[in-house]
Design a protein around this ligand. Structure first.
Ligand code: 5RP
Length: 226
């Protein structure tokens, strides 16, 4: 699958999930390029009269939603009916997320939603998760968390910015360690170990989160419930 085919697959997945959103609901708005297609498609539906409110999972999602004219609300004011979010990798209902460093807010919103619709292109699907797991860490905990990750068998790497010297800083003002554990046959066990580390704000393992997965293909979309 080349880059333009992949982009078209992401668009189909995003539009397919946006189609499922019902009138009068509150929608969690995910982050990343595939979720962005869903937010834009929702924006078009709002233009056509759909009555929804969005809860953004990141600065990026909020910006696109404002641009698209989607009314916004917060978790303080509303219950989320359905969230639409991307993934860096998925195996059945288990996900690795955080490619955009937004996984802390994504996890809060996705977990709060009655249903999570995952949108992805086919390159994200695997039998066993093996994508590096992003950890959002408090800046003071960077070295201690990195040591603990090594003890758990992972290779931590500080995520560095492209157009700024130094590290990526998350929407919450924290650092991101991308931690390569190789194949992860027991994502629940690893998720519990990572959650227990002092200074880890959130990790990118979303175990059992997906209620429905929309996978765009070169010509179509496959939808399944894991
Ligand atoms: C951001 C995420 C994204 O959903 C994930 O990185 C997938 O992004 P894309 O749809 O651009 O491939 O978790 O934190």
């Amino acid at each position: 699958m080349n880059q333009s085919e992949r982009e078209a697959a992401k668009r189909r997945a995003g539009e397919s999930a946006a189609d499922v959103v019902e009138d009068g609901t509150v929608v969690g708005l995910g982050s990343g390029s595939t979720a962005a297609h869903a937010i834009r498609a929702l924006g078009r539906e709002v233009d056509a009269g759909l009555d929804v409110e969005g809860v953004p999972t990141s600065f990026q999602a909020r910006e696109i939603a404002i641009d698209e004219g989607i009314p916004l609300t917060t978790l303080d004011e509303a219950d989320v009916d359905v969230a639409i979010d991307g993934a860096d990798q998925f195996a059945d209902a288990d996900l690795v997320k955080g490619g955009g460093g937004a996984h802390a807010r994504e996890k809060i919103v996705d977990a709060a939603a009655d249903r999570l619709l995952v949108v992805a292109d086919p390159t994200k699907e695997v039998d066993v998760l093996d994508h590096p797991v992003p950890l959002e860490v408090l800046p003071d905990a960077r070295a201690t968390v990195a040591d603990a990750v090594r003890r758990l068998g992972g290779q931590p790497e500080l995520r560095r910015a492209d157009r700024k010297s130094g590290p990526v800083v998350s929407d919450n003002g924290n650092l991101v360690l991308d931690c390569d554990f190789g194949a992860m046959p027991d994502p629940s066990g690893l998720a519990a170990d990572l959650s227990a580390l002092p200074g880890v704000v959130e990790h990118g393992l979303f175990v059992g989160f997906a209620d429905e997965v929309h996978v765009g293909t070169e010509t179509d979309v496959t939808v399944f419930e894991p």
